[in-house]
Design a protein around this ligand. Structure first.
Ligand SMILES: [Zn+2]
Length: 278
């Protein structure tokens, strides 16, 4: 995870004269195109719909939304279970790994009996058993620059639940190239971070953080992972419904050891090699 000081250093490079290219951050479904909810859905999501900012129309939007979750590990466990809980209609899961014993201190969507088995399949099984309404597509694949287009094009929103910064920067590049909104999250030990990236409108990862190629395995504690993943999911819901104040051009850092949250404002970096020239 990057420190908030690293983010601040990145932010200082911002030039106010830079021209911003605006694109639609998300496909907001017109109400007339929304399918009616079934009687089962009306009961299941009753407590969602009692929330003024959601209501029945909002629930229809959630039920029609297509969200791609990249990584079915620690962050993915909470993001996937939370997305299924709120009633997201279609969830894609990208992960190439099999379940290892050392994953189970935090990756609770997978059961002990699935050790050695493919993670996307055990994650799909959990969702299918919990919420048969949710359509789950699995991609047992290591995402790279040659294979992402056929996958990402079918989704409205990308959730970063990868565990290495090399993968996170790749996902950031994919989001910028496809114009898809990306919810970024990362966790190490007791600490975590979240930002919502609207390509060409808000700061991307490359704008604000130094790239690191090396993947160093560090400790990570399940409650910190769940906090960050829950915030990522909350961001996803707000982006889909276009409500509330989101972490767009904002970097939220979480210090679970001392129980502190900090948010700093961001801006696009005009010298960003990725998002400033397109
Ligand atoms: Zn950028």
């Amino acid at each position: 995870m990057k420190s908030i000081e690293q983010v601040k250093r990145g932010k200082q490079k911002t030039n106010k004269n830079h021209k911003t290219v605006h694109r639609l951050p998300f496909t907001v479904y017109p109400s007339s195109h929304l399918s009616p909810l079934t009687s089962h859905q009306l009961q299941r999501y009753n407590r969602n719909m009692l929330i003024e900012q959601i209501g029945e129309e909002g629930q229809k939007k959630l039920s029609q939304a297509k969200v791609l979750v990249c990584g079915a590990g620690g962050l993915g466990s909470t993001v996937l279970t939370s997305l299924a809980s709120v009633g997201i209609g279609t969830i894609g899961i990208v992960d190439n790994d099999v379940l290892e014993l050392s994953n189970l201190n935090r990756q609770y969507i997978h059961k002990f009996e699935n050790l050695g088995k493919i993670k996307v399949e055990s994650a799909k099984k959990w969702i299918n058993e919990f919420n048969p309404d949710t359509c789950v597509n699995t991609y047992q694949i290591r995402l790279d620059e040659n294979n992402y287009q056929d996958i990402v094009k079918d989704y409205d929103l990308i959730m970063d639940c990868f565990d290495s910064f090399k993968s996170k920067f790749l996902l950031n590049k994919i989001a910028v190239e496809t114009g898809k909104t990306l919810i970024h999250g990362g966790v190490t030990e007791f600490f975590g971070q979240v930002t919502t990236i609207i390509p060409h409108k808000t700061a991307c990862l490359n704008c604000i953080l130094p790239q690191e190629d090396a993947y160093v395995i560090k400790g990570v504690l399940s409650p910190a992972v769940s906090v960050i993943a829950s915030i990522e999911t909350m961001e996803a819901v707000k982006v889909i419904l276009n409500i509330g104040e989101r972490l767009e051009n904002k970097f939220l850092s979480y210090d679970g050891l001392n129980m502190k949250f900090k948010t700093i404002n961001l801006a696009k970096n005009p010298d960003c090699t990725l998002c400033s020239h397109s």
